[in-house]
Design a protein. Sequence first.
Length: 137
Amino acid sequence: MRHPALLIAMLACLPAAGAAAAPPAGMQAAIDHGAALFAHDSFGGTGTCDTCHVNGGRSPGKLPNGKPIPSLIGAAATYPQYRADEHRVVTLSQQIHRCIAGALHGKPPAPDSTDLADLEAYVASLSQGAVLKSQVE
């Protein structure tokens, strides 16, 4: 199951941290693989996702230019989001792709790849228990 909106919806239905139920085995495997990519893969670039999004994205970080960025906890609950400066909607998967290409100067995984879906699953897992925010007014 690799459709971004469905993936986020599935994760949003999971119990909050500390609850008894765990993600299905296949989902947990995707989250674990995404966490490994996040921490260790440079995608041919100058660092890893953890270079900017420290502590696995659980703590505030900094962009290469020094600009502070928030933790990724709850990030999946804010996507898709409308970017007024671009006059378009950006999905979580597209934002991950942009971070790899921009900040890391790497080659992002293909849009339909398992690696990109697993990175999205990991980032979405950080939002477990977060309230999904409507981007439609």
